[in-house]
Write a protein of this length. Structure first.
Length: 77
């Protein structure tokens, strides 16, 4: 998304949105669980995939990944 900033992503997560994005040809869903605690769920899972289906990540991790996120979409949780 052109002009989509990390600050906007953070605001939308705080408002309860679920953020869908593509990273390294895998589709993920990101949602906020608690303060500085986010859930990252692998959406398109293969049976023999080395990627974990669910992860708990911090805001720092999200910020590091933000520049590499593609096809960002969001839904209200």
């Amino acid at each position: 998304m052109e002009g989509y900033t990390f600050e906007r992503l953070w605001k939308e997560l705080n408002e309860g949105y679920q953020i869908y994005y593509t990273y390294m040809n895998k589709r993920y869903m990101l949602s906020k669980l608690d303060k500085n605690c986010y859930s990252r769920e692998l959406i398109n899972k293969n049976d023999k995939s080395p990627h974990p289906k669910n992860q708990i990540v911090t805001l720092k991790t999200i910020k590091e990944l933000f520049d590499f996120m593609e096809d960002i979409e969001y839904k209200i949780h």
